[in-house]
Write a protein that binds this ligand. Structure first.
Ligand SMILES: Cc1cc2nc3c(=O)[nH]c(=O)nc-3n(C[C@H](O)[C@H](O)[C@H](O)COP(=O)(O)OP(=O)(O)OC[C@H]3O[C@@H](n4cnc5c(N)ncnc54)[C@H](O)[C@@H]3O)c2cc1C
Length: 500
């Protein structure tokens, strides 16, 4: 205001007239040339001021890196809308990133990057309905720490909670338990900002077929449909879980799989490749008192530091890998363990250090044959060395358009190759052999993790891809949310984009 008074004192009346004329001309331009309007009224310069150039983004495993032209940290919907307008006006592309935990390049861009770390509040708790509404940048960890104060919990979780809500439903994050769907099946409502800045409210009980389809598309959106603003989740009463960890063999567990899945609400197991050993993690709800024993020596010193050192040694002498798998099974998993804890703490699993992972889903009835095939292939293949664990999990069927569990109860088989002290370890032959076995069993890849599928493979694997692409085309006609990953997997070479 003071600046304005000072300015009016300094200019003469003739200068004032010239300014008035200029404003008049600009205004008439805005009226008669509407296409110019967004550029001028969206205060692009203000948006530019908020964007930071030259910041490098790396995913958690440090396997993919990009340097977006500008990085933004908006804290409101209005700011997000301005960034989208700015992106359109510059004919650029934009990506939204949660916590960057996806092991693939799905969150990378050479355009603009929107971080959601300042868009992370718990907005509402409806105790009667047991539902919570959160901003999409809130992490599962933040929510898990808030929910007990309201007597609530999420019914099912994956191994990690340092991920955002937007990312969780962006790639189809799952836990394990054949009575439970992917985590996105706990979502009842979403608000999404489209490329045009329009806000859509979608829920699982919409009457209109088209809107219900959109909801099922957004439940696994790949960051391709718009900016997720808020998510409403259905919770359950806070509960404790009891975990019984016992040793076993692969041949026995695949023979008795049906029984394990019936007896234990959340059942998964770790198989130690190059051996027949497995550790069974059998989990169910309980009223028993909390009972946990943590041992820094075994969990951290042996289970983390010694393992990383030995895996680093084995990168020079790969013949050590089977020996390491046997040793660590013996040290950490050969005796039974038992614990009772708050539910979210039991779902979690320490994924240790940086790694490459693949996690394909096969129809549940193929789980036995696929695992035995993988075991046989590794036993007959002396040049391939596989790190432990191969983590085997089970997820109920759903109707989410791009879900690996679409219309089929599913077994996920997660393989890992660690990068001890950041060192790359040979994995190409393992990856190829594993993918070939998964593909031949009608497998579908986890969208967040490594896979070599292109749009032609994806077309064959995901029957509802055309419906998803039609929705994508409608919500983002000029493709501002696309990046190389989406182009490669959903659409194909750049010049094919218009054909979709
Ligand atoms: C140690 C570790 C353990 C893991 N454990 C599991 C597991 O147990 N089960 C499992 O299924 N997966 C697991 N994952 C994979 C992980 O769940 C997914 O990669 C998840 O998407 C990560 O969430 P994020 O917030 O880091 O998402 P990001 O990697 O940041 O983003 C993922 C996608 O979502 C999009 N996105 C994010 N937020 C928004 C938004 N607000 N609006 C629009 N688009 C958005 C991004 O553009 C991108 O396409 C694990 C990964 C790691 C590194």
């Amino acid at each position: 205001m003071l600046d304005f008074i000072f300015l009016t004192k300094c200019i003469t009346s003739s200068q004032f007239l010239i300014i008035l004329c200029f404003l008049q001309i600009t205004d008439s331009l805005l009226i008669h040339l509407p296409s110019l309007k967004p550029l001028i009224v969206s205060s692009s310069f203000e948006v530019m001021d908020q964007g930071v150039p030259g910041c490098t983004f790396s995913n958690w495993a440090q396997t993919f890196t990009c340097t977006p032209q500008l990085s933004f940290h908006p804290s409101s919907e209005a700011e997000i809308r301005k960034i989208l307008e700015f992106t359109q006006s510059r004919n650029e592309r934009v990506k939204v990133v949660g916590k960057g935990h996806s092991p693939s390049d799905i969150a990378c861009t050479d355009g603009f990057l929107i971080y959601t770390d300042k868009f992370n509040r718990l907005l509402n708790v409806d105790r009667k309905m047991g539902q919570v509404m959160v901003e999409a940048g809130m992490t599962l960890e933040q929510l898990n720490n808030e929910l007990p104060q309201h007597g609530l919990a999420l019914a099912n979780l994956g191994a990690v909670s340092d991920i955002s809500m937007g990312g969780m439903i962006g790639t189809g994050t799952h836990g394990s338990g054949i009575r439970h769907g992917m985590l996105a099946t706990q979502v009842v409502k979403v608000r999404l900002m489209t490329a045009a800045g329009q806000v859509l409210e979608l829920s699982n009980d919409m009457d209109n077929d088209e809107e219900r389809d959109m909801f099922h598309a957004v439940q696994l959106h790949l960051g391709a449909l718009g900016v997720l603003l808020t998510i409403t989740l259905q919770c359950v009463k806070a509960f404790r879980l009891e975990m019984v960890q016992t040793p076993g063999t692969l041949t026995q567990v695949v023979d008795d799989l049906h029984n394990y899945l019936q007896c234990w609400e959340f059942f998964r197991f770790f198989w130690f490749p190059h051996t027949n050993s497995v550790a069974l993690l059998q989990v169910k709800s309980t009223d028993k008192k909390v009972h946990v024993k943590h041992s820094w020596f075994w969990d951290r010193l042996v289970g983390f530091y010694l393992l990383e050192f030995l895996l680093w040694l084995s990168s020079f002498l790969p013949i050590l890998v089977p020996w390491i798998n046997r040793l660590f099974f013996f040290l950490l998993f050969s005796t039974p363990r038992h614990s009772v804890e708050r539910s979210d703490r039991v779902f979690h699993f320490d994924c240790l250090f940086h790694q490459h992972v693949q996690d394909w889903a096969v129809p549940l009835e193929k789980a036995k044959i696929v695992l035995l095939q993988l075991q046989q292939w590794l036993d007959n293949n002396s040049v391939v060395r596989a790190h432990y664990p191969v983590e085997v999990r089970f997820v109920r069927r759903d109707s989410i358009l791009l879900s690996p569990c679409y219309n089929q109860d599913t077994c996920f088989i997660n393989v890992v190759m660690y990068r001890p002290y950041g060192k790359e370890v040979e994995r190409e032959k393992y990856w190829k052999g594993y993918e070939a076995i998964m593909k031949s069993a009608g497998g579908r890849p986890h969208w967040a993790k490594a896979h070599s599928c292109n749009h032609k493979d994806i077309q064959q694997m995901f029957p509802e891809l055309p419906r998803f692409l039609a929705i994508r085309q409608k919500l983002d006609p000029t493709g501002i949310f696309l990046n190389d990953y989406l182009q490669r997997t959903l659409i194909g070479p750049y010049d094919n984009m218009c054909a979709q």
